[in-house]
Design a protein around this ligand. Structure first.
Ligand code: AMP
Length: 213
């Protein structure tokens, strides 16, 4: 299965990708995670991407397309994959088609801007292992301490309120048109992304089953 997860930042793409990739036995490919690792390792690509990410802008298409070309050529992606957070522009979607990638389904996880603001402003991540928490929905046992590794929990720089607004604006302008792009190709599955994580996963899995028949 070759899947794309569409949806605004904070719609729950990463959370769903983690669960669904376990269920389907295929890797989740997150350009956001690849870029954050590059920044942490201070690679040339990381240095180039950092200012875009910190300001809530998109990283240039050329950088993303080369990341994805390299990642999808790896052995573990040959049976399928879940793309989390890519494509985010029409140019990226067209580049995937030009690469000969045939998508089975693009799942659009739909969440209102109001809920996105609430979700992202409460998000905390572990500065050591990257585990994700939420002050309301998934608090750590001890405030500001990671349950998994004891690392310090921090607010992602791009989860500051002004940056969230910027990311939402970018989403509506550049990424939302992809919903129509995949609808026209008969590949779109729309799922309400508000509610319990397990219920949303169940809706996605039921939709995918219908697609694969
Ligand atoms: P994410 O973790 O998916 O929310 O990504 C965090 C940030 O990385 C985004 O706000 C962008 O700045 C950058 N990024 C991740 N994926 C892409 C992409 N496909 N195209 C452009 N920028 C991206």
């Amino acid at each position: 299965m070759k899947l794309i997860l569409l949806g605004a930042p904070g719609a729950g793409k990463g959370t769903q990708a983690e669960v669904i990739c376990d269920k389907l036995g295929i890797p989740a490919v997150s350009t956001g995670n690849i870029l954050r690792a590059a920044i942490k390792n201070e690679t040339e690509m990381g240095l180039k991407a950092k200012s875009f990410i910190d300001s809530g802008a998109l990283v240039p298409d050329s950088v993303i397309i080369s990341i994805i070309k390299e990642r999808l050529a790896e052995e573990d992606c040959q049976k399928g994959f879940i793309l989390d957070g890519v494509p985010r522009t029409l140019a990226q979607a067209e580049a995937l088609e030009e690469m000969g990638v045939e998508i089975d389904c693009a799942v659009d996880i739909e969440v209102s801007d109001e809920v996105i603001m609430q979700r992202l402003s409460g998000r905390r991540v572990c500065s050591a292992c990257g585990a994700s928490y939420h002050t309301l929905y998934k608090p750590s046992q001890q405030p500001e301490v990671c349950d998994r590794c004891g690392g310090k929990l921090i607010i992602r720089k791009d989860d500051e309120p002004a940056t969230i607004q910027e990311r939402l604006k970018t989403y509506h302008q550049l990424t939302e048109p992809l919903i129509e792009f995949y609808r026209q190709r008969g590949k779109l599955l729309e799922v309400d992304g508000q509610g319990e994580v397990a219920d949303i996963t169940a809706k996605v899995m039921a939709g995918l089953e219908a697609v694969s028949k």
